[in-house]
Design a binder for this molecule. Structure first.
Ligand SMILES: Cc1cc2nc3c(=O)[nH]c(=O)nc-3n(C[C@H](O)[C@H](O)[C@H](O)COP(=O)(O)OP(=O)(O)OC[C@H]3O[C@@H](n4cnc5c(N)ncnc54)[C@H](O)[C@@H]3O)c2cc1C
Length: 464
């Protein structure tokens, strides 16, 4: 056994673990099935414009991560405010409360009365995401506005989704805060609804993860294997001994041994490649924990309507897309020169859906039509673009997932030199900051023998 740490997956969690080990001059191997690092946070260069995979802003609440982001991003890390809006009933709004205030009088009265009624008499047995959101927004706003987007996002009714998702999704919803804001700013947009520190690097996520990768590559102890898919994780007597890597291009299999292993790949995939295989119960759990997939259509287009937000959630059943991102609003460097604007539309789906199985050409045509429907593009105008597909984008919080996840945690913790971290690694809807932090903590466990609990809420959970 060699004294090296093997890190599986080069998304934010794996890169951060490697970065921290590089700083300590440790030996490690970083293996990644894609031919480039970044995971869900890759940035794409298309015709000289940049596209992240959907919007990827850094929402930071940790001084440690803030310092690291500044160290990596330098002057290219910019604080950004007022980035999020919603599209509802053909119009753009700053927030759902703005949309409600602009409803016709009777609908507005019904919406506000519904909200107040739920504040006075909330649903007491809160089990589902629907229960949680009805309590926050009131029945009328929930069913007219919030439910449409949630239904698209999950592909099932929010009554089938666990209440923990409602806590992640909830937007600031104090009417009093809203009224105060409108009065004090005379209706002008303000940053008061934004999280304390929201950053966007001038050329997207690549600024941060590229800088991390440069430091990792410069480390004498680093071995980096891109285009190397982990197809088996061999273990014996409660320890991983080695992994098998397959080159997807040639099919060639290589073995890599190590003394400790950090996995950032979906934990459901990890247990399915364990050798010897885990008990049937664990395999069954892994099969029943599902992910919502994502198809992102990126376009260079001529906008015919002002889009003053980084992104807008599409609370409309007139379009299948769930979110529209305007990269030019996030940073002018993303947009480069010229009239065409880099935007993307996100389609949430399952792998047996028509959306997932559509050709790229059909998806680009669909996105183009939906832009016309919403008034952002002129009919007949063609855009150029490209499509990305991500099968493990969102761990699905179906009711009951918590117990299944807890059982997987217990099983994985029985393999003592294996840490499973990151978004898919602990089956947690997280943000980049959480994954970065989990990478740093996992490396600390290796270097100084700490025992940070990688599945613990305090390390990786929090408001998105
Ligand atoms: C559309 C979208 C928008 C988002 N917006 C934001 C945002 O604005 N702000 C924010 O903070 N977060 C955002 N997130 C969340 C953010 O993307 C994740 O928190 C982050 O990418 C998780 O990093 P990770 O390293 O844990 O996982 P991943 O990025 O998923 O990395 C896992 C890596 O493992 C590799 N891998 C998988 N299987 C294997 C295998 N068998 N062998 C080898 N390698 C393998 C994958 O290729 C991947 O590179 C967004 C996510 C999505 C989907």
């Amino acid at each position: 056994m060699n004294d090296s740490t093997v890190i599986i997956g080069a998304g934010p969690a794996g890169l951060s673990a490697a970065y921290a080990l590089a700083r300590e001059d440790r030996a490690f191997e970083l293996v990644e099935k894609a031919t480039e690092p970044g995971g869900l946070c890759r940035t794409f260069d298309f015709h000289g414009r940049y596209f992240d995979l959907g919007p990827h802003v850094f929402i930071n609440r940790s001084p440690e991560i803030g310092e690291l982001l500044h160290e990596l991003g330098g002057e290219r890390l910019k604080e950004i405010t007022h980035i999020e809006g919603i599209y509802f009933d053909g119009k753009l709004y700053d927030s759902w409360l703005d949309a409600v205030v602009n409803l016709r009088m009777t609908s507005r009265a019904r919406a506000l009365l519904g909200l107040i009624a739920r504040r006075i008499r909330p649903i007491e047995q809160v089990v589902s995401c629907e229960d949680g959101l009805v309590n926050s927004y009131g029945s009328a706003i929930y069913s007219q506005l919030v439910r449409i987007h949630q239904r698209k996002f999950w592909g099932v009714d929010p009554s089938e989704i666990d209440v923990s998702w409602a806590r992640v999704y909830e937007k600031p919803n104090s009417i009093f805060k809203y009224v105060k804001q409108r009065l004090s700013h005379s209706g002008a947009r303000s940053a008061s609804y934004e999280p304390a520190q929201t950053y966007y690097p001038t050329a997207g996520s690549q600024v941060i993860y590229g800088a991390m990768m440069d430091r990792i590559e410069a480390s004498p102890g680093a071995t980096i294997r891109l285009g190397a898919e982990v197809v088996a994780v061999h273990h014996d007597a409660g320890n991983v001994t080695h992994i098998d890597l397959r080159d997807p291009a040639t099919g060639e299999v290589t073995q890599v041994a190590g003394s400790s292993f950090i996995s950032t790949i979906p934990v459901t995939e990890l247990v399915s490649v364990l050798d010897p295989a885990p008990p049937q119960e664990i395999l069954d759990i892994a099969r029943s924990l599902r992910y919502r997939s994502l198809v992102v259509v990126n376009l260079l287009t001529r906008l015919t309507r002002e889009l003053p937000y980084g992104w807008v959630e599409l609370h409309s059943s007139d379009v299948q897309a769930g979110r529209l991102t305007n990269f030019a609003r996030l940073s002018p460097e993303m947009a480069g020169e010229g009239e065409l604007v880099p935007i993307c539309l996100e389609y949430y789906c399952d792998e047996d859906d028509a959306i997932w199985q559509s050709t790229d050409e059909d998806m680009i045509a669909l996105a183009q039509r939906e832009l016309v429907t919403m008034g952002f593009a002129a009919a007949g105008e063609e855009s150029v673009g490209f499509v990305q597909r991500e099968p493990f984008a969102y761990p699905m919080y179906l009711i009951g997932y918590g117990d299944l996840r807890a059982r997987l945690k217990e099983f994985c913790e029985g393999i003592t030199n294996l840490q499973t971290i990151g978004r898919g690694g602990i089956y947690r809807y997280n943000n980049m900051g959480h994954s970065i932090e989990s990478g740093l903590r996992a490396a600390d466990n290796v270097v100084s023998g700490q025992r940070h609990d990688m599945w613990d809420r305090s390390v990786v959970d929090g408001k998105i």
